[in-house]
Design a protein around this ligand. Structure first.
Ligand SMILES: Cc1cc2nc3c(=O)[nH]c(=O)nc-3n(C[C@H](O)[C@H](O)[C@H](O)COP(=O)(O)O)c2cc1C
Length: 191
């Protein structure tokens, strides 16, 4: 975490893993992410709940150094490339769009994939890694890189995985965890 003020103060009792997870941009370019670490992230994702246990999430990962990592990087928008290049691995997150059981559209596939991604994020945190999701990528470029692997799939997001640089440096030297709306703004518990 940066030395800057951390505005994150939970309003009530909660496991600290939820409050302390955040998405830095200042990754340490000298720290690699091993395939076994990526497997642990996907193992965590695997146990997420899903509609009819369909497990619609699909993950495509490339660790540095590799031509695939560079190709993944080029599929990100320029702003994201600027910091994600220092991460140790890039992941594209996709989902299936129909149920295996009956070929009908699965309207919950993205909900389920969101759950899986969050499991991945919390597993990363427990391993001393950070992850940072990105909507900022060019879907056509990503599809060109992933080829037949993503036929029929919906590409949802990219994720950078790595070790945060300590302290944060350069353009992101002052980055720090951000805050949230209060509970009263987004939930209501009926009596
Ligand atoms: C689906 C999704 C897309 C995002 N896209 C980007 C992105 O393209 N570039 C970026 O720098 N951050 C991106 N973020 C990071 C969010 O800005 C960040 O998660 C949010 O501000 C909350 O901060 P936190 O993750 O540190 O708690 C994205 C996050 C998610 C979940």
């Amino acid at each position: 975490m940066s030395s800057h003020d951390n505005p994150r103060k939970p309003e009530t009792n909660v496991n600290d893993q939820f409050v302390s997870r955040w998405s830095p941009r200042s990754f340490d370019a000298n720290q690699s992410v091993e395939p076994s670490q990526l497997q642990s992230l996907f193992e965590a994702a695997k146990w997420a709940p899903s509609c009819f246990n369909e497990q619609p999430w699909r993950f495509f990962a490339a660790a540095k150094p590799s031509a695939k990592f560079e190709a993944f990087l080029q599929a990100l928008v320029e702003k994201n490339q600027g910091w994600a290049k220092n991460s140790g691995a890039l992941v594209f997150v996709a989902c299936t769009q129909t149920f295996k059981r009956n070929d009908k559209p699965n309207a919950w596939a993205e909900f389920d994939t969101g759950a899986a991604w969050m499991s991945l994020a919390l597993q990363a945190q427990s391993m001393g890694l950070h992850v940072h999701a990105m909507a900022g990528f060019d879907a056509d470029k990503a599809k060109a890189v992933l080829g037949g692997d993503v036929d029929q799939l919906k590409l949802i997001a990219a994720v950078a995985v790595g070790k945060k640089s300590e302290p944060s440096v350069g353009e992101y030297a002052s980055e720090a965890p951000n805050d949230r709306f209060s509970l009263a703004e987004f939930c209501k518990i009926y009596e």
